[in-house]
Design a protein around this ligand. Structure first.
Ligand SMILES: [Zn+2]
Ligand SMILES: [Zn+2]
Length: 337
């Protein structure tokens, strides 16, 4: 839980939640730490308006224990995962299937209690059934994979022989890089010296890597592309210098997709961007349709989420789990309550 408006988390006993008529009670089997949970841990400005206390965690899966009386299509014992956005359902964006941009949404683990607990209540309309053969841990990673699917499939058009630089080798970077590779692009994943283990995962996934602390990214990209620059830069970190770097390695008229959450404002040479007609756009969260797409990608063995999952811990090991994620000494960390 986040209980105090300052850095840190706390493990506490709280009452078992009760489901509303349109909700199910889920026994959580797996719940993953997200990059945004680290911002919440640090209590950065992007999260300082959240209501406390709250149980964190918006990437989770589990078994249905109880059903509210309005719930249809589900039974006790069903294995399910959930979307993370509780949207209004009536605004312009909800009506277009873009609940990630809802004018009045709330999120698990920020506005209402999330999945880092033994039990959670979830509106049944947000649920997706877990196919036979898919593990609860894989199912908990469907939410972050759905984000990557939205960023890459919906928002970053690319072609088979494109050169794509994924800046950042955290879990979303590694999921997104796999999707670009799946689409036939040549993918270079960047990171820092601290990302040693994440580079090993990337290489296991067949991705090229570059440590920007020991090698020049610009030199590498210009060498690989004959001085033209990358077709696409995908900024999967929240470090302000990464945006400027993206604009320096991108070709004229190239596309920069930004998915990092930044703790402070970013400085940019806008004239450089203008004169080269570079496109920069944000990409946020996932649409409901991206969930079945992600389930399918895992189910068909097209995206490897298992290799990205490096730590399985109990809730009592919350501090340890957050330390691994904060220190970047692992890939995805899940709690198995
Ligand atoms: Zn997340
Ligand atoms: Zn809405």
């Amino acid at each position: 839980m986040k209980t105090q408006p300052k850095p840190g988390v706390e493990v506490k006993d709280i009452p078992k939640p009760r489901s509303a008529p349109d909700e199910v009670l889920i026994k959580v089997k797996s719940a993953a730490i997200c990059g945004s949970d680290l911002g919440i841990y640090h209590y950065t400005s992007a999260y300082s308006k959240m209501k406390l206390p709250v149980v964190l965690g918006h990437e989770f899966s589990g078994e249905i224990m109880e059903l509210g009386k309005e719930v249809t299509g589900y039974e006790k014992g069903d294995r399910v995962l959930s979307e993370s956005v509780k949207a209004c359902g009536v605004c312009e964006f909800c009506k277009k299937g873009m609940s990630n941009l809802c004018d009045a949404s709330t999120l698990f683990g920020i506005h209402t209690d999330g999945g880092f607990a033994e039990y959670i209540t979830v509106p049944y309309k947000l649920l997706h059934k877990i196919p036979d053969g898919m593990t609860y841990d894989q199912a908990a990673l469907v939410e972050p994979l759905s984000n990557a699917v939205h960023f890459v499939r919906d928002l970053t058009p690319f072609k088979i022989d494109d050169y794509v630089v994924v800046q950042g080798c955290g879990p979303i970077g590694l999921f997104s890089a796999q999707l670009f590779k799946l689409g036939g692009a040549r993918v270079l994943v960047t990171g820092l010296s601290v990302d040693k283990l994440r580079f090993e995962i990337a290489e296991k996934l067949g991705l090229e890597t570059l440590n920007i602390e020991t090698e020049s990214l610009e030199e590498r990209v210009m060498k690989d592309t004959g001085g033209k620059g990358a077709d696409t830069a995908f900024v999967a970190v929240g470090a302000p210098p990464a945006i400027k770097q993206a604009t320096q390695i991108i070709k004229k008229r190239g596309l920069v997709t930004v998915i990092g959450i930044f703790g402070k404002e970013v400085q940019l040479d806008m004239t450089w961007v203008v004169r080269r007609e570079i496109k920069i756009h944000g990409a946020y969260d996932a649409k409901p349709v991206n969930f079945p797409q992600s389930i399918d990608l895992i189910n068909r063995g097209l995206v490897d989420v298992d290799s990205v999952l490096t730590h399985k811990l109990s809730l009592d090991q919350a501090e340890e789990g957050f330390k691994v994620a904060l220190d970047k000494t692992g890939g995805k960390v899940v709690f198995n309550p």
